[in-house]
Design a protein around this ligand. Structure first.
Ligand SMILES: [Zn+2]
Length: 404
């Protein structure tokens, strides 16, 4: 069941107010573009907006000539919140299980055409079962032509029971040029009774023609404390893990949940990352070289792993800085290693720790560029090490491999 309403969107008060204003006035633009970082609730908000728009108790939602209700109850005006889904009417009952005939939800898919129906149904079921369901799809996943073809054919008809149809397209940047063009044509059709709600975390990949025709709604990253609280309260994550996941989330609940679900535990991943950082901080090229030999081979899909490794390094250095200034265990992400943190913090200079944090920040910014993950890890750790890990510190075969 989709239980998140517009009034309960996590950490997006401005968006919530804006969308409820639209619902209460009953005046919809032809298309909206929800954009902002990955995993901050854009799709959840899009579906909440759709449910509110299709609630039979909000202004102008029901079609004039209502089809006889399957449940034998007529819509009652004025008994819901007026700017949000009431959760009780016929429309809300259907939309909360993603079964409203006037709610179309498209999302990226991969795999063979003949298995798509199954994949779609499995995904919808997973969303009904888990309000915090994490979408995970392959890099090549796309909004399929068959999905849009079917939808476009349907747009020629009037909505089934509501006065408008809502089409939600998750990660719309995964549509092809011709799909966008077909969509534009539909949007510009006079008297269109469809409102499109597109979401994207990659605004620059959405064609300018689409961006300019949509009303844009910007989503902000979530605060670390909100991610942490949500993990604890809604996802049942224990306090210690929630703290670390939230610190690694970059304000994205989805990222925190995906990290929670990873095959290797948070702690094991953190320990593996720290096994590399230790020799770098100690300026020990032999140990670092051995560690790197073991850790590299990130390969093509390795950027996420590299990112996480460097982020663990960041968290550790931030903890060192905090410990250096006398912060108590409650303020530390890695407080299970308190003794080690304290011992290191006493030895390291605060200015040096900051310099290393800058090196990491720079490396993290460069990850999305066309760089080799292996080389980035090596050069970053060498720079974290400073002078002692400069030229001449490395064995000849290292020099040959990475041109240090
Ligand atoms: Zn309702």
């Amino acid at each position: 069941m989709l239980t998140v309403n517009l009034s309960s969107l996590l950490g997006q008060p401005a968006v919530s107010t804006f969308l409820r204003g639209i619902v209460s006035r009953g005046r919809y633009a032809n298309a909206y573009l929800f954009h902002g970082p990955h995993g901050v609730g854009k799709c959840t908000a899009a579906l909440a907006f759709a449910r509110a728009a299709l609630c039979e108790r909000v202004p102008g939602a029901a079609a004039v000539d209502l089809a006889p209700s399957l449940f034998g109850d007529a819509p009652v005006a004025g008994t819901g919140p007026g700017d949000d889904a009431c959760g009780e009417c016929r429309g809300c009952r259907m939309s909360s299980t993603l079964q409203h005939p006037d709610l179309r939800f498209l999302f990226p898919l991969s795999g063979e055409e003949k298995t798509l129906d199954n994949t779609i149904e499995e995904t919808l079921q997973a969303m009904r079962d888990d309000p915090l369901h994490v979408f995970q799809y392959e890099k090549a996943a796309s909004i399929r032509i068959s999905q849009t073809r079917e939808l476009l054919a349907e747009l020629g008809y009037r909505p089934h029971t509501a006065s408008r149809r809502i089409v939600v397209v998750r990660d719309c940047d995964r549509m092809r040029e011709d799909q966008f063009s077909a969509m534009l044509k539909a949007v510009e059709e006079p008297g269109a009774s469809t409102a499109w709600v597109l979401t994207t975390a990659r605004l620059s990949r959405v064609p300018a023609t689409i961006r300019s025709r949509c009303q844009r709604v910007r989503f902000a990253p979530l605060s670390e404390s909100l991610v942490r609280e949500t993990l604890e309260v809604r996802a049942g994550v224990d306090e210690k893990d929630a703290r670390m996941l939230a610190a690694l989330s970059s304000g994205s609940l989805t990222r925190a949940l995906a990290l929670r679900d990873a095959d290797t535990s948070m702690k094991d991943q953190r320990d593996a990352a720290l096994a590399l950082l230790g020799p770098a901080l100690a300026g020990d090229p032999g140990a670092l070289w051995t560690g790197i030999q073991r850790a590299t081979g990130f390969g093509k899909a390795g950027r996420e792993r590299l990112r996480l490794t460097l982020e663990f390094h960041q968290l550790w250095l931030r903890d060192l800085l905090r410990a250096r200034y006398g912060a108590g265990p409650d303020a530390l992400v890695n407080r299970d290693r308190l003794a080690q943190l304290k011992e290191l913090a006493a030895r390291l200079d605060a200015g040096e720790i900051r310099r290393r944090l800058l090196v990491l920040e720079e490396a993290l910014r460069s990850i999305d560029g066309n760089v080799s993950a292996d080389l980035t890890l090596f050069s970053t750790l060498a720079r974290v090490g400073g002078e002692r890990l400069g030229e001449g510190a490395w064995p000849a075969h290292a020099t040959a491999r990475w041109d240090v």
